[in-house]
Design a binder for this molecule. Structure first.
Ligand SMILES: [Zn+2]
Length: 334
């Protein structure tokens, strides 16, 4: 297992100025805490033109234009600052490093997982979709890819890009209730055409808690990956569902969920490339460490970040079971 790092990760984020410090402080703190515990490797950049694998040229051009002076890309929450293009190159550079070293089995980058960007539209702090580019590259080389999205928000951009494909499975577990961004990710969104049955969504109610989340991992994610038999797993490992998070904390998750996500991923024995995803503030680092402990099996580090698991309301657990039954009735390969 290796953990990617580039000093550009602490430079900026693509959110409004009031949110950027919560991100850059998370990256700095991560570097501090991970150093010496996990094998950090310096990763480089790839040219921004690589994003054209999945994106409209107009969108990439808009990013490059704003990169000169700074500005807003969409209707108000996705920002590009001076020098942001270089950060986007470093984000993708880290994932490509992981892809070029699949023999390491597990690669994690704390930055990346800009899952809300769709083919031609930036959205939700995501100018361009790095994980989608990586998935596209892998499929061009004949790989079947399972994309697993653990961020508190639905991985709508990635889902849209691969919605008609049967060689890419997308699974997203997320909070879903009126007013919660982005408002998509209902369990009935299953894919289209050849892709029908290859987009799976597990929408959770607010305050879902660890118990319901662990059920979703066991009943849906584990089973889907085992049945789909991918060559590569690309994971969006956002930790903004942790109960201390100012943006997605409504899921009421603790480090127990994040450790289990890491353990489950490593148990598949398939190469994994994980991207850090959402998480706002230095507190996020506890959940990130829990994921890395799960991925690496370094149990001796657990005591430092261990928390009391949260129970779940019965409706949240019933929801997970109902979604599993729905998939059984609709998706023949599941
Ligand atoms: Zn998020």
């Amino acid at each position: 297992m290796k953990v990617g790092w580039n000093d550009l990760f602490t430079k900026t984020f693509f959110a409004p100025p009031s949110v950027v410090p919560a991100w850059t402080s998370r990256m700095k703190k991560f570097r501090e805490v991970a150093e010496g515990k996990f094998p950090l490797v310096e990763t480089g950049k790839v040219p921004i033109s690589e994003y054209a694998k999945v994106h409209c040229l107009e969108l990439i051009e808009a990013v490059l234009e704003l990169n000169k002076r700074g500005g807003v890309l969409d209707y108000g929450d996705t920002y590009v600052y001076e020098g942001s293009a270089e950060v986007l190159e470093a984000i993708l550079g880290a994932l490509y490093y992981g892809y070029q070293h699949l023999e390491d089995k597990i690669f994690y980058s704390p930055y990346g997982g800009l899952h809300h960007a769709s083919r031609c539209e930036a959205s939700g702090f995501c100018p361009l979709n790095d994980v989608a580019v990586l998935i596209q590259k892998a499929t061009e080389e004949g790989k079947r890819v399972a994309y697993l999205d653990f961020d508190a928000h639905h991985g709508n951009g990635t889902q849209e890009i691969f919605y008609e494909r049967d060689d890419v499975l997308t699974v997203s577990i997320h909070a879903y209730f009126p007013g919660f961004y982005p408002g998509t990710g209902h369990y009935s969104e299953l894919g289209r055409g050849n892709g029908y049955g290859y987009s799976l969504n597990v929408p959770l109610p607010p305050w879902a808690g660890d118990e319901a989340y662990l059920k979703a991992l066991e009943l849906i994610v584990e089973r889907a990956v085992n049945s789909f038999e991918p060559d590569l797993i690309v994971a969006q490992m956002g930790v903004d569902g942790h109960r201390g998070d100012p943006i997605g904390g409504v899921l009421n998750l603790t480090t127990n969920t994040y450790k289990r996500i890491g353990e489950l991923l490593s148990s598949f024995g398939i190469p994994i490339i994980g991207a850090g995803g959402g998480g706002y503030g230095e507190n996020s680092v506890r959940a990130m460490m829990a994921e890395l402990i799960g991925l690496s099996g370094k149990e001796e580090l657990w005591e430092e970040v261990r928390e009391e698991p949260t129970r779940s309301p019965s409706e949240a657990i019933e929801r997970v079971i109902a979604v599993k039954r729905f998939f059984e009735s609709q998706v023949s390969w599941f």
